[in-house]
Write a protein that binds this ligand. Structure first.
Ligand SMILES: [Zn+2]
Length: 84
């Protein structure tokens, strides 16, 4: 199950959006700690498609492993700092 971890520069905390949740909605772009929101256009046009593409690519890797007997690969995309 794919999820993304979002850092909020307003309050310095993180929140996670899971693929099974309603991650496509604008509500998922709102920091649950302080209520600040990622820009709606950026969320819809950039973040959601990127998350979707990464989740699809990992599913394809999984299919390669089960269907063709290849090693099981998986990737994560990390932003510049793990301590943000
Ligand atoms: Zn916040």
């Amino acid at each position: 199950m794919a999820f993304m971890r979002i850092y909020c520069g307003s309050c310095g905390q993180h929140w996670e959006v899971y693929e099974r949740d309603d991650w496509n909605s604008s509500k998922a772009a709102i920091c649950p700690h302080c209520g600040k929101s990622i820009d709606g256009q950026t969320w819809v046009n950039q973040v959601v498609p990127a998350f979707c593409a990464a989740a699809d690519a990992n599913r394809e890797l999984e299919r390669d492993a089960t269907g063709y007997g290849l090693p099981r690969f998986r990737f994560d995309i990390l932003s510049k700092s793990r301590t943000d």
